[in-house]
Design a protein around this ligand. Structure first.
Ligand SMILES: [Zn+2]
Length: 370
């Protein structure tokens, strides 16, 4: 019984059935490629960076964005990763709260620039230090690893906590949509070298391996690697479906930000987003295709669109400025044009704070193509 407290085996079995197509066929079959989704420009924005001025100044910023063709902002309302700031109205324990969202939603209503708050896909709040440590990724690497201490998605209680946070945002702010980011394991880059050794993961390994230790050497075996990736993907997919249930009950539009490298980081981290898209489990997807090079952006987006085959709208994430570099306004527009040419529904810019006057002018010109 203890195993099931972590993994909810029965539910995962039904999730696997859903993944296999049972019960979801109607969603796929209903995809009508003759009805093209509305083409749009979207942008990611950070509560801690953007829109800090007087109300009239913020209204002008919203109007400028709207006039340049940007229709929707994805607004991060928590610090990343998994820290404890909440920039919206909440009294959930553990958060340091400063409500910036209420004002922005009012201005959004006045200016027509829509806001979808961004929820962190694996998060929780109000945990004691010891509980947080127990539920966190534990690499087992000699001397530890920088990823140790971030919450491990295998814990059902953590996933329930994430949904509680999302439900709270929905109840208090009634947004029209929500974007889920970081819906995946957080052990970026080392999931195959140092598989998590937390209690919940070890319980899972026991179920597919017969014992609870899993090493990088084990993962050289294709069968074990397959079972490991499946274990992670089933957990994250079940979480995605729970988000879907919550958002659809509330009539919200449901989008995700997705890892660009599907066969690399995404699948290793349990984020099988192209399968989710093919099954219509989300309303639209923003793959974070941040590239300095136009050709690389084209290639990665083309592959994604080929696999999705029109099942859901894609807004290609274009990195104007991010941890990996910066591109010019002209390059941003070139990549945006490529996105439309390849069949994406539009673009999502990372990030709003990087946009300058030249960007807004260039976007306004580009928006004529939408
Ligand atoms: Zn774990």
């Amino acid at each position: 019984m203890r195993r099931r407290s972590f993994l909810k085996t029965g539910f995962l079995a039904s999730t696997a059935a859903a993944l296999a197509g049972n019960g979801r066929a109607g969603v796929v079959a209903s995809t009508d490629k003759s009805t093209a989704p509305k083409r749009k420009i979207l942008a990611w924005s950070h509560s801690y960076l953007d829109f800090q001025g007087e109300e009239a100044d913020v209204r002008r910023e919203f109007e400028r964005a709207r006039n340049s063709g940007i229709e929707l902002l994805f607004l991060f309302i928590h610090s990343v990763p998994q820290e404890n700031n909440a920039w919206y109205n909440t009294d959930l324990p553990g958060f340091v709260v400063e409500d910036r969202l209420t004002r922005l939603q009012r201005i959004s209503g006045e200016t027509g620039l829509e806001i979808h708050p961004v929820i962190l896909g694996v998060s929780d709040t109000g945990l004691s230090k010891s509980v947080r440590a127990a539920r966190s990724y534990a690499s087992g690497a000699p001397g530890g690893h920088k990823r140790d201490g971030t919450l491990c998605a295998t814990w059902e209680a953590t996933r329930a906590g994430t949904l509680r946070i999302a439900a709270d945002v929905i109840a208090r702010h009634e947004p029209k949509g929500l974007q889920v980011d970081f819906i995946r394991y957080w052990d970026t880059g080392i999931g195959l070298d140092w598989p998590c050794t937390c209690a919940a993961c070890r319980q899972g390994y026991r179920e597919f391996l017969g014992h609870d230790s899993l090493t990088a050497a084990d993962l050289k075996n294709p069968g074990i690697l397959y079972k490991y990736l499946q274990f992670r993907n089933v957990i994250i997919t079940s979480h995605l479906l729970n988000f879907r249930r919550l958002l659809k009950q509330s009539g919200l539009e449901y989008s995700i930000a997705a890892r660009a490298d599907y066969f690399g980081s995404a699948l290793v981290e349990g984020q099988d987003w192209l399968s989710w898209g093919r099954q219509g489990l989300v309303d639209f997807i923003c793959p974070m295709n941040y590239k300095l090079d136009r050709k690389e952006h084209r290639e990665i987006l083309d592959l994604q669109l080929q696999i999705l085959d029109g099942a859901v709208p894609v807004y290609s994430g274009i990195g104007r400025k991010w941890s990996g570099g910066e591109i010019t306004a002209e390059e941003m527009i070139r990549q945006a044009e490529d996105a439309l040419d390849l069949g994406a529904a539009g673009i999502s810019i990372f990030h709003f704070n990087a946009l300058r006057e030249a960007d807004f002018l260039a976007l306004k010109e580009f928006a004529k193509r939408l």
